[in-house]
Design a protein around this ligand. Structure first.
Ligand code: ZN
Length: 466
C-alpha cells in the first residue's frame, strides 16, 4: 500500500539521533515521494520557501503535493515499533490476575488462542487489535499469531489492508508434554508444513515483503520438540526469514527448559544448536540471562525485545537493558499483549524507565547504580529506532532522514490557556514555558492515544483522530 501522492510535512520533527540524543528539527519541511520515501529534509523552511525553492529542486509541482503542517503544540515523531505482541490474546488484556507465566498460559492464553481458529472470531479480534495499536501510534510490529493457518493468513491480510507494517508468525508448538491436547501441532513436520503455508500466503499478498513479512515462530523452547526446533532452523536457513520466540522470562519456564533439554548447556544454546539464533532473531524478555547466554546472543547478533509491562504483570522479573547494551545486544520494546496490559508502546517506554529504576535499586551505590537508570531519550530510542533495528527495519524506519520511509505520528499536546482550560485532548498539559526536552518528558510520562492526532505508514495516512 504505497502512498500515491507526494506530500510535504511542515513543522517540528523529533527523533532519536542516537541512543542518547534526540534531534529536534524546528521549522522543518519533510518531503515524501509517492512511494512513501523521504525525498528531502529542509530545516529553517516555511511554506513559502517550500514553494519557491524545495519543490522546484525536487521537480515537483505545488498542485500535485498534499501539505500537512503542525498546529501549535504539535510535532512529528517516528511511528512506534512493537517488537513483541500476541494479536490473538488481545481480548485478555488486563485480566492476568495473580498468575505467573505457566499458569497464565494454561488459564487464559491457550483457550483464547484456540477459540480464534474460528475465522469470524479471528477477524473481529484482529481488526480490533490492529486498529487499537495504530491509534496508539504503532506503525510496525512483530506479531505472534495463533496456530491456525487460516486465521494467521487473515491477520497478514488485515495488517496489509489496515496499514500496519508487520512480521506475522504462526506459532509452532508440538510438545505433547507441555501443550494441551486441544491446542498442539500433530508433529514436527506439521509445524513446518503449516508455517510454509503461511509463508506462501504472504508471498502472494505482498511478494516483496514490503509491508508484511512472514516470521518463523517457535512459541518457546518448552512448547517445541527438539525435532521441530531443528526443522524450523532448517527452514530459516532455506528461506532466510526472521525468527521470533521467547527466552528466559521466568524461573519456572527456565527449569522446564533444563528438564526438557537436559543435554544442552543453557536456554540460549537450545535455540543456537537448532540453528535458530542469528541477526534476524527476536528474543522476547531475556530477563534472567547468564553472562554466557548474553555473550552468545551478542555473537550471533540476535536481538532482544524488552517487555517491561508484561514482566511486571506476570511477576517475571526486571530485564537489565543497560547490561544487555553493555554486552553488545540490540534491544527494542514489546507490549507483549496480553502478558502486558497495554497496546501502547509509549506506555511500555515509561514502564521501561520505571523497571530500570527497579534494576538500579538492586545495585550497590556507585556509578553502575546510576547507569542502570534509562533516560527519556533512551526509552524513546527503544520505542522507535531501537525497535526498528530489532525488526530488521533499521535502514527503513525510525527517523526522519532522506531515503527512509515516512512512518510517523503527529503528536498534539494540550495547551493551557490563561483561563486554565487546556486546548486539545489528552492528559498532557503544557503551559508554554517548557523547553522541547521538558515537553517530550511530559508526553512520555502522561501521553496516550489522545495525543496521537494522526498516523502515517509509508507516507499513507492510516489513522486520524476525529
Ligand atoms: Zn510473548
Amino acid at each position: 500500500m504505497a502512498s500515491r501522492t507526494r506530500k510535504v510535512f511542515l513543522g517540528t520533527f523529533i527523533y532519536s539521533k542516537s541512543r542518547e540524543e534526540l534531534s529536534y528539527l524546528v521549522n522543518t519541511a519533510v518531503c515524501v515521494d509517492e512511494s512513501g520515501k523521504i525525498a528531502a529534509v529542509r530545516e529553517g523552511c516555511d511554506r513559502a520557501k517550500v514553494e519557491a525553492e524545495v519543490l522546484p529542486e525536487l521537480g515537483w509541482s505545488l498542485e500535485e503535493v498534499e501539505v500537512r503542517a503542525c498546529e501549535e503544540g504539535q510535532f512529528f515523531f517516528p511511528g512506534f515499533v512493537d517488537t513483541h505482541i500476541h494479536a490473538p490474546q488481545y481480548p485478555n488484556v488486563g485480566i492476568f490476575g495473580k498468575t505467573t507465566l505457566m499458569d497464565w498460559l494454561s488459564t487464559y492464553t491457550f483457550p483464547m488462542e484456540a477459540k480464534l481458529a474460528a475465522v469470524d472470531q479471528a477477524r473481529r479480534v484482529y481488526t480490533a487489535v490492529i486498529r487499537r495499536m495504530i491509534s496508539h501510534g504503532t506503525t510496525s510490529a512483530a506479531i505472534h499469531a495463533a496456530r491456525g493457518v487460516e486465521s494467521t493468513n487473515l491477520l497478514a491480510d488485515l495488517c496489509l489492508s489496515l496499514g500496519l507494517r508487520a512480521l506475522v508468525g504462526r506459532v509452532c508448538m508440538d510438545e505433547k508434554r507441555t501443550c494441551p491436547d486441544f491446542y498442539c501441532d500433530e508433529s514436527p513436520e506439521d509445524s513446518v508444513l503449516h508455517t510454509r503455508a503461511c509463508i506462501a500466503h504472504v508471498q502472494e499478498i505482498d511478494p516483496g515483503f514490503e509491508m508484511v513479512k512472514p516470521v518463523i515462530t517457535p512459541r518457546f523452547a518448552p512448547s517445541c520438540t527438539a525435532a521441530a526446533l531443528g526443522l524450523l532452523g532448517e527452514l530459516r536457513k532455506e528461506t532466510g526469514l526472521p525468527v521470533q520466540t521467547h527466552i528466559s522470562e521466568n524461573a519456572g519456564e527456565m527449569a522446564l527448559v533444563a528438564e526438557l533439554f537436559p543435554d544442552v548447556k543453557d536456554y540460549a544454546t537450545v535455540y543456537d544448536v537448532h540453528g535458530l539464533l542469528g541477526p534476524d532473531t527476536i528474543l522476547a524478555h531475556a530477563v534472567h540471562l547468564s553472562e554466557d547466554e548474553a555473550a552468545l546472543i551478542a555473537e550471533r547478533g540476535a536481538k532482544v525485545s524488552h517487555c517491561p509491562s508484561s514482566n511486571s504483570c506476570l511477576t517475571s522479573g526486571h530485564a537489565r537493558v543497560r547490561w544487555l547494551w553493555d554486552r553488545g545486544v540490540e534491544v527494542g520494546l514489546g507490549t507483549d499483549m496480553s502478558g502486558g496490559y497495554s497496546p501502547s508502546v509509549l506506555e511500555n517506554a515509561r514502564q521501561a524507565s520505571l523497571v530500570s529504576r527497579h534494576v538500579a535499586v538492586g545495585i550497590p551505590d556507585g556509578p553502575e547504580k546510576e547507569r542502570a537508570k534509562l533516560t527519556v531519550e533512551e526509552v524513546l530510542y527503544l520505542a522507535t529506532r531501537g525497535g526498528a533495528r530489532v525488526m530488521g527495519l533499521g535502514e527503513r524506519v525510525g527517523a526522519f532522514e532522506v531515503g527512509m520511509e515516512f512512518d510517523a505520528v503527529l503528536v498534539g499536546l494540550g495547551l493551557v490557556g490563561e483561563d486554565g482550560v487546556a486546548v486539545g485532548e489528552g492528559n498532557v498539559d503544557v503551559f508554554g514555558w517548557e523547553t522541547w526536552e521538558e515537553k517530550i518528558a511530559k508526553w512520555l510520562f502522561n501521553g496516550d492515544d489522545r495525543n496521537c492526532r494522526a498516523v502515517w505508514v509509508r507516507g499513507t495516512l492510516v489513522h486520524e483522530r476525529a
